[in-house]
Design a protein around this ligand. Structure first.
Ligand code: KG4
Ligand code: ZN
Length: 340
């Protein structure tokens, strides 16, 4: 098979990403615009604001990916685009743009599942053996997969309600801490050396499924009990930094315990696995990586996680999946649509 070039486009939420992947040379470029500063001002992602920004950035980001790889659009063979799941308005921008390019330039088109992008993001920098277990944790999803081959993976556990990143973001908001909550919670937990003064409840230890919405309620009621939060006005009553650090630390340790426990349970159920991977925005967290690494080490398994630029949403992971799907000839038609 002659070498080919894939353009990957990611616009499922609040990041506009585009990347070029060469079938024999690997990743040639990775361009990204993050709306984080925009959403910081608004306290979270507002879908209408997100899709409007996607529309403004899609063309310059795709151009920047082509320039970064030192190629022109005519040299691209395949256009891979995230078409599910995500915010409908944001997804539509990428899908319409990709379809228009594919039609105008007579290129092959492939619709990519965003989750598949995250699952295989660890391959951008490592050769991960199959089968392996992958924990995907971000603002929109938290799930465990048994990954058997490229494009062949099985969902073995998922969140019944909020995602782990959503728990960090919502609880940070409760504490009047900036968006996104995850990095701020990590910074504060580190200040008090990852102590666990509040011992928030851990979810059903017998299940591979996750649940994080109860954790937010537990933190809230604990603050009310300590007369630190007023339910009527929905206001935090004190600006006690030590209290905030302690809540952050207990929260992080609690989520660390949940991740470690679920991974240990999954390893018991699937003893054939040869590695563990941790991906998605929450995988930027060094404490959580350490907890999962300890589990991997105790089972004599290698542990992989992408560097931060490939943990959060990006075009590179979409280009990578597009590259192997092209080899498998799994192309989409021009009637490709978005799926929430
Ligand atoms: O993958 P991502 O960029 O977007 C989604 O697909 O959701 O993940 C964003 C999420 C946010 O909820 C953010 O709080 C979380 O990842 N996050 C972290 C850290 N950095 C980002 N969570 C914990 N610790 C971090 N260091
Ligand atoms: Zn994501």
């Amino acid at each position: 098979m002659k070498p080919y070039i894939t353009l990957g486009i990611e616009t499922s939420c609040d990041e506009t990403g585009a990347a070029i992947y060469h079938s024999t040379q690997g990743l040639l470029s990775n361009a990204l615009f993050s709306q984080i500063e925009l959403h910081k001002k608004l306290g979270g992602v507002i879908p209408e604001v997100a899709s409007r920004s996607q529309l403004e950035k899609i063309e310059p980001i795709v151009t920047s990916a082509l320039e970064g790889a030192n190629i022109t659009l005519s040299q691209v063979d395949v256009i891979a685009v995230t078409h599910k799941p995500g915010l409908p308005g944001s997804l539509l921008v990428g899908v319409c743009f990709a379809k228009a390019l594919a039609w105008a330039q007579q290129k092959k088109l492939i619709g990519i599942n965003h989750m598949e992008g995250h699952i295989f993001s660890s391959f951008l920098e490592n050769d991960v053996p199959f089968p392996h277990l992958c924990l995907t944790a971000s603002g929109g999803h938290t799930a465990l997969f048994l990954v058997k081959d490229f494009g062949d993976y099985e969902l073995i556990g998922h969140t019944e309600d909020d995602a782990a990143g959503e728990a960090f973001d919502k609880i940070a908001k409760l504490l009047n801490l900036p968006y996104p909550g995850g990095p701020e919670i990590e910074k504060r937990a580190q200040k008090v050396d990852f102590i666990d003064p509040f011992n928030y409840p851990r979810h059903n230890p017998k299940s591979l499924d996750f649940s994080f919405s109860g954790l937010k309620t537990a933190v809230l009621y604990d603050l009310v009990k300590r007369k630190q939060y007023d339910m009527k006005t929905k206001q935090l009553l004190s600006d006690d930094q030590e209290l905030k650090n302690n809540v952050a630390s207990s929260l992080l340790v609690c989520i660390g315990d949940i991740f470690a426990q679920k991974m240990a349970l999954a390893l018991k159920k699937y003893p054939e696995v040869k590695a563990i991977t941790f991906v998605g925005g929450v995988a930027c967290n060094k404490y959580l990586r350490k907890r999962l690494n300890t589990i991997a080490e105790s089972h004599h398994l290698p542990f992989f996680f992408p560097s931060p630029q490939f943990c959060t949403d990006n075009g590179a992971m979409i280009a990578f999946v597009g590259n192997y799907k092209a080899a498998q000839e799994k192309f989409s038609d021009l009637d490709l649509d978005i799926l929430k």
